[in-house]
Design a protein around this ligand. Sequence first.
Ligand code: ATP
Length: 194
Amino acid sequence: MITIGLTGGIGSGKSTVSSRLAELGAFIVDADLVAREIVEPGQPALAELAEAFDGVLNPDGTLNRAELARQAFATPEATKKLNAITHPRIRARTEELFKQGRESGAEVLVYDMPLLIENGEVNKVDHVLVVDAPDELRIERLVQHRGLDEDDARRRIAAQIDRETRLSAADTVLDNSGSLEDLLTQVDGFWDGL
Ligand code: ATP
């Protein structure tokens, strides 16, 4: 089985590419989904977060993400506390899903991970696939299709690694500056190349 690390900046087109690769037969490990799963009600991490931070549970017992983020990113110590609770669980669940992927019989596993490069996880995969589009175009798409406020979109892009750093880590780049159809054609070409 070949493992592909799929990454790209916010709004670059990762989900679009990932869905197409799933249709083509890839086993997908979605890092955002893992991060959400491990703090669902009933999961040990949620109880630990509720113990370590004040008032981070909603009345229905789910995690109040905004409140957690407010407290956890206020100081480096608080961030450390958050990471100590969540990171081991994320790692364990990701490894479990990689194992499931290996056992599934799929020939291709796609690890959809926005922070693949930032977190130094490039060596976890055989091939780094980057979806790329100019910042201005991503901002336009995030505002138009996702309802994000333009300043918010700019702030989020500025908080990520820059485009050049990401591109220099890529084995393959999918250029998403054209139409959706154009992107999907590139995905199909990449798949055929595998
Ligand atoms: P995020 O980082 O927020 O998870 P993402 O990288 O997964 O985003 P997508 O969700 O695939 O990106 O794309 C962002 C938005 O832009 C979506 O609404 C998507 O439909 C739209 N989009 C992606 N590619 C194109 C394109 N080539 N033309 C027009 N719209 C596009």
